[in-house]
Design a protein around this ligand. Structure first.
Ligand code: 0L1
Ligand code: MG
Length: 262
Protein backbone atom coordinates (compact mmCIF):
# COMPACT_ATOMS: atom_id res chain seq x y z
CA UNK A 1 0.00 0.00 0.00
CA UNK A 2 1.35 3.39 -0.97
CA UNK A 3 -1.13 5.14 1.31
CA UNK A 4 -1.46 4.45 4.99
CA UNK A 5 -4.77 3.91 6.72
CA UNK A 6 -6.19 7.29 7.64
CA UNK A 7 -4.43 8.97 4.74
CA UNK A 8 -7.27 7.77 2.49
CA UNK A 9 -9.85 9.86 4.37
CA UNK A 10 -7.47 12.78 4.40
CA UNK A 11 -7.16 12.58 0.59
CA UNK A 12 -10.94 12.34 0.18
CA UNK A 13 -11.39 15.41 2.38
CA UNK A 14 -8.63 17.24 0.47
CA UNK A 15 -10.40 16.68 -2.88
CA UNK A 16 -13.92 17.30 -1.58
CA UNK A 17 -13.00 20.55 0.12
CA UNK A 18 -11.27 21.73 -3.08
CA UNK A 19 -14.53 21.07 -4.95
CA UNK A 20 -16.71 22.76 -2.33
CA UNK A 21 -14.44 25.77 -1.99
CA UNK A 22 -13.83 26.01 -5.74
CA UNK A 23 -10.05 26.03 -5.60
CA UNK A 24 -7.34 24.15 -7.44
CA UNK A 25 -5.04 21.91 -5.44
CA UNK A 26 -1.75 20.18 -6.14
CA UNK A 27 -2.11 16.62 -7.35
CA UNK A 28 -2.10 13.86 -4.74
CA UNK A 29 0.74 11.93 -6.39
CA UNK A 30 3.08 14.78 -5.41
CA UNK A 31 2.64 13.45 -1.86
CA UNK A 32 1.88 9.80 -2.69
CA UNK A 33 3.99 9.01 -5.79
CA UNK A 34 3.44 5.25 -5.53
CA UNK A 35 -0.33 5.31 -5.52
CA UNK A 36 -1.67 2.39 -7.59
CA UNK A 37 -4.72 2.18 -9.91
CA UNK A 38 -6.48 -0.10 -7.44
CA UNK A 39 -5.90 2.36 -4.61
CA UNK A 40 -7.07 5.25 -6.80
CA UNK A 41 -10.39 3.46 -7.48
CA UNK A 42 -10.72 2.75 -3.73
CA UNK A 43 -10.18 6.47 -3.05
CA UNK A 44 -12.77 7.32 -5.70
CA UNK A 45 -15.27 4.94 -4.08
CA UNK A 46 -14.64 6.52 -0.65
CA UNK A 47 -15.09 9.98 -2.13
CA UNK A 48 -18.47 9.00 -3.60
CA UNK A 49 -19.49 7.32 -0.32
CA UNK A 50 -18.68 10.56 1.49
CA UNK A 51 -20.84 12.49 -1.00
CA UNK A 52 -23.64 9.97 -0.37
CA UNK A 53 -23.34 10.55 3.36
CA UNK A 54 -23.77 14.24 2.64
CA UNK A 55 -27.00 13.54 0.70
CA UNK A 56 -25.97 12.87 -2.90
CA UNK A 57 -27.36 9.88 -4.78
CA UNK A 58 -25.45 7.74 -7.31
CA UNK A 59 -27.31 7.82 -10.62
CA UNK A 60 -24.85 6.36 -13.08
CA UNK A 61 -21.42 6.24 -14.56
CA UNK A 62 -19.08 8.24 -16.76
CA UNK A 63 -16.23 7.13 -18.97
CA UNK A 64 -13.04 9.11 -19.48
CA UNK A 65 -9.95 8.87 -21.67
CA UNK A 66 -11.94 7.00 -24.31
CA UNK A 67 -10.18 8.48 -27.33
CA UNK A 68 -6.88 7.12 -28.65
CA UNK A 69 -5.56 10.71 -28.81
CA UNK A 70 -6.24 11.33 -25.10
CA UNK A 71 -4.86 7.93 -24.09
CA UNK A 72 -1.66 8.62 -26.01
CA UNK A 73 -1.42 12.07 -24.42
CA UNK A 74 -1.61 10.46 -20.97
CA UNK A 75 0.64 7.54 -21.97
CA UNK A 76 -2.04 4.93 -21.15
CA UNK A 77 -3.89 2.19 -23.01
CA UNK A 78 -7.06 2.09 -20.97
CA UNK A 79 -10.09 4.22 -20.35
CA UNK A 80 -11.20 5.20 -16.83
CA UNK A 81 -14.59 5.43 -15.12
CA UNK A 82 -16.17 7.51 -12.40
CA UNK A 83 -19.65 7.99 -10.93
CA UNK A 84 -22.46 10.41 -11.68
CA UNK A 85 -24.41 11.74 -8.72
CA UNK A 86 -27.74 13.57 -8.77
CA UNK A 87 -26.19 16.88 -7.74
CA UNK A 88 -24.21 16.89 -11.03
CA UNK A 89 -27.36 17.01 -13.14
CA UNK A 90 -27.72 20.41 -14.83
CA UNK A 91 -30.48 21.56 -17.16
CA UNK A 92 -30.66 23.28 -20.51
CA UNK A 93 -33.09 25.87 -19.13
CA UNK A 94 -31.08 26.80 -15.99
CA UNK A 95 -27.84 28.74 -16.61
CA UNK A 96 -24.78 27.06 -15.19
CA UNK A 97 -23.23 29.13 -12.42
CA UNK A 98 -19.57 29.70 -13.16
CA UNK A 99 -18.85 30.71 -9.57
CA UNK A 100 -19.71 27.16 -8.45
CA UNK A 101 -16.91 25.76 -10.59
CA UNK A 102 -13.12 26.10 -10.86
CA UNK A 103 -12.02 25.99 -14.52
CA UNK A 104 -14.75 24.09 -16.35
CA UNK A 105 -14.66 22.59 -19.83
CA UNK A 106 -17.48 21.07 -21.90
CA UNK A 107 -17.34 17.79 -23.82
CA UNK A 108 -19.95 16.31 -26.19
CA UNK A 109 -21.02 12.77 -25.32
CA UNK A 110 -23.73 10.19 -26.00
CA UNK A 111 -25.71 9.29 -22.88
CA UNK A 112 -27.09 5.76 -22.41
CA UNK A 113 -30.19 5.06 -20.31
CA UNK A 114 -29.89 1.55 -18.94
CA UNK A 115 -33.15 -0.40 -18.82
CA UNK A 116 -31.92 -3.59 -17.08
CA UNK A 117 -29.18 -4.54 -14.62
CA UNK A 118 -25.95 -5.47 -16.40
CA UNK A 119 -22.98 -7.07 -14.68
CA UNK A 120 -20.17 -9.37 -15.82
CA UNK A 121 -16.65 -9.63 -17.10
CA UNK A 122 -17.40 -10.72 -20.69
CA UNK A 123 -19.95 -8.11 -21.57
CA UNK A 124 -19.99 -6.99 -25.22
CA UNK A 125 -21.16 -3.83 -26.98
CA UNK A 126 -24.15 -5.85 -28.23
CA UNK A 127 -25.05 -6.73 -24.61
CA UNK A 128 -24.90 -3.04 -23.71
CA UNK A 129 -27.14 -2.09 -26.63
CA UNK A 130 -29.63 -4.81 -25.71
CA UNK A 131 -30.19 -3.30 -22.23
CA UNK A 132 -30.11 0.32 -23.42
CA UNK A 133 -33.57 1.80 -23.42
CA UNK A 134 -32.56 5.14 -24.92
CA UNK A 135 -29.59 7.15 -26.05
CA UNK A 136 -29.55 10.94 -25.88
CA UNK A 137 -27.23 13.86 -26.68
CA UNK A 138 -25.27 15.09 -23.67
CA UNK A 139 -22.69 17.65 -22.62
CA UNK A 140 -20.41 16.78 -19.76
CA UNK A 141 -18.83 19.62 -17.79
CA UNK A 142 -15.50 18.47 -16.44
CA UNK A 143 -13.74 20.48 -13.74
CA UNK A 144 -10.59 18.83 -12.41
CA UNK A 145 -9.78 19.85 -8.87
CA UNK A 146 -6.09 19.83 -9.81
CA UNK A 147 -3.98 22.85 -10.64
CA UNK A 148 -4.16 23.73 -14.36
CA UNK A 149 -6.00 20.45 -15.14
CA UNK A 150 -2.65 18.62 -14.82
CA UNK A 151 -2.55 15.15 -13.29
CA UNK A 152 -1.49 11.54 -13.70
CA UNK A 153 -3.94 8.74 -14.33
CA UNK A 154 -4.25 7.74 -10.67
CA UNK A 155 -4.78 11.37 -9.63
CA UNK A 156 -7.69 11.78 -11.99
CA UNK A 157 -9.29 8.44 -11.03
CA UNK A 158 -9.24 9.47 -7.35
CA UNK A 159 -10.79 12.81 -8.35
CA UNK A 160 -13.77 10.92 -9.84
CA UNK A 161 -12.46 11.54 -13.35
CA UNK A 162 -12.87 15.34 -13.18
CA UNK A 163 -16.65 15.06 -13.15
CA UNK A 164 -18.65 18.13 -12.18
CA UNK A 165 -21.95 18.53 -14.10
CA UNK A 166 -23.78 17.12 -17.09
CA UNK A 167 -26.71 18.21 -19.24
CA UNK A 168 -28.88 15.86 -21.29
CA UNK A 169 -30.89 16.94 -24.33
CA UNK A 170 -34.59 16.22 -24.64
CA UNK A 171 -34.44 13.75 -27.55
CA UNK A 172 -34.17 10.24 -26.12
CA UNK A 173 -34.37 7.52 -28.72
CA UNK A 174 -33.87 3.78 -28.93
CA UNK A 175 -30.39 2.86 -30.19
CA UNK A 176 -31.92 0.02 -32.25
CA UNK A 177 -32.02 1.91 -35.53
CA UNK A 178 -28.97 4.10 -35.08
CA UNK A 179 -25.37 3.61 -36.11
CA UNK A 180 -23.75 5.29 -33.11
CA UNK A 181 -20.23 4.92 -34.51
CA UNK A 182 -21.13 6.92 -37.63
CA UNK A 183 -23.17 9.52 -35.78
CA UNK A 184 -21.67 12.93 -36.60
CA UNK A 185 -21.49 15.80 -34.15
CA UNK A 186 -20.28 19.38 -33.94
CA UNK A 187 -19.92 21.48 -30.82
CA UNK A 188 -20.14 25.27 -30.99
CA UNK A 189 -19.33 28.09 -28.60
CA UNK A 190 -21.34 31.31 -28.99
CA UNK A 191 -22.49 30.18 -32.43
CA UNK A 192 -19.03 29.32 -33.81
CA UNK A 193 -18.07 25.72 -34.48
CA UNK A 194 -15.37 24.70 -32.00
CA UNK A 195 -14.98 20.93 -32.50
CA UNK A 196 -16.33 18.15 -34.74
CA UNK A 197 -16.36 14.38 -34.33
CA UNK A 198 -18.29 11.14 -34.66
CA UNK A 199 -19.30 8.39 -32.24
CA UNK A 200 -16.41 6.21 -33.45
CA UNK A 201 -14.04 8.57 -31.61
CA UNK A 202 -15.17 6.78 -28.44
CA UNK A 203 -13.20 3.51 -28.53
CA UNK A 204 -14.56 2.77 -32.01
CA UNK A 205 -18.18 2.71 -30.78
CA UNK A 206 -19.75 4.30 -27.66
CA UNK A 207 -21.32 0.95 -26.65
CA UNK A 208 -17.82 -0.62 -26.65
CA UNK A 209 -16.80 2.03 -24.19
CA UNK A 210 -19.74 1.24 -21.90
CA UNK A 211 -18.98 -2.50 -22.18
CA UNK A 212 -15.37 -1.80 -21.14
CA UNK A 213 -16.60 -0.06 -17.99
CA UNK A 214 -19.04 -2.86 -17.15
CA UNK A 215 -16.27 -5.46 -17.48
CA UNK A 216 -13.89 -3.37 -15.39
CA UNK A 217 -16.52 -2.96 -12.68
CA UNK A 218 -17.35 -6.65 -12.97
CA UNK A 219 -13.84 -7.50 -11.75
CA UNK A 220 -14.76 -6.01 -8.38
CA UNK A 221 -18.31 -7.36 -8.27
CA UNK A 222 -20.04 -4.20 -9.45
CA UNK A 223 -22.19 -3.43 -12.46
CA UNK A 224 -24.80 -1.17 -13.99
CA UNK A 225 -28.28 -0.97 -12.51
CA UNK A 226 -31.63 -0.44 -14.17
CA UNK A 227 -32.18 3.32 -14.38
CA UNK A 228 -28.50 4.24 -14.56
CA UNK A 229 -27.35 6.99 -16.91
CA UNK A 230 -23.97 6.40 -18.55
CA UNK A 231 -21.91 9.09 -20.26
CA UNK A 232 -19.97 7.02 -22.77
CA UNK A 233 -16.98 9.33 -23.33
CA UNK A 234 -16.05 12.49 -25.20
CA UNK A 235 -16.55 12.59 -28.97
CA UNK A 236 -14.11 15.50 -29.33
CA UNK A 237 -11.71 17.45 -27.18
CA UNK A 238 -13.18 19.51 -24.34
CA UNK A 239 -13.53 23.28 -24.65
CA UNK A 240 -13.18 25.80 -21.84
CA UNK A 241 -15.93 28.36 -21.26
CA UNK A 242 -16.53 31.49 -19.21
CA UNK A 243 -19.54 33.38 -17.86
CA UNK A 244 -21.65 34.64 -20.76
CA UNK A 245 -20.73 31.74 -23.06
CA UNK A 246 -23.26 29.39 -24.68
CA UNK A 247 -22.25 25.86 -25.67
CA UNK A 248 -24.23 23.66 -28.04
CA UNK A 249 -23.57 20.14 -29.30
CA UNK A 250 -25.52 19.16 -32.42
CA UNK A 251 -25.71 15.46 -33.23
CA UNK A 252 -26.99 13.97 -36.49
CA UNK A 253 -30.30 12.12 -35.77
CA UNK A 254 -29.99 12.66 -32.00
CA UNK A 255 -30.68 16.39 -32.01
CA UNK A 256 -28.94 18.95 -29.86
CA UNK A 257 -28.09 19.78 -26.27
CA UNK A 258 -26.94 23.14 -24.97
CA UNK A 259 -26.36 25.30 -21.93
CA UNK A 260 -25.41 28.84 -21.11
CA UNK A 261 -23.07 29.89 -18.34
CA UNK A 262 -23.58 32.92 -16.10
O1 0L1 B 1 -14.66 12.80 -19.06
C1 0L1 B 1 -13.49 12.83 -19.43
O2 0L1 B 1 -13.13 12.40 -20.54
C2 0L1 B 1 -12.45 13.45 -18.55
C3 0L1 B 1 -11.67 12.40 -17.89
C4 0L1 B 1 -10.56 12.99 -17.10
C5 0L1 B 1 -9.51 13.64 -17.90
C6 0L1 B 1 -9.73 15.12 -17.97
O3 0L1 B 1 -10.13 15.75 -16.97
O4 0L1 B 1 -9.45 15.69 -19.03
MG1 MG C 1 -16.38 13.06 -20.28
Amino acid sequence: MAITQGADLEIVEYLLSAEKERREVTKITDKYPNLTFEEAYILQEKLIQQKEQEGARRIGLKLGLTSKAKQEMMGVHEAIYGYLTDDMLAFEWAPLEFNQLIHPKAEPEIAFFIGEDLQGTNVTAADVLSVTQYVAPALEIIDSRYLDFKFTLVDVIADNCSSARFVIGDKWISPANLNLAELGMFMSKNGEVATVGAGAAVLGHPATSVAWAVNKMGEIGKGLRKGDIVLSGAISEAIAFQPGDSILAQFAELGSVSFTCK
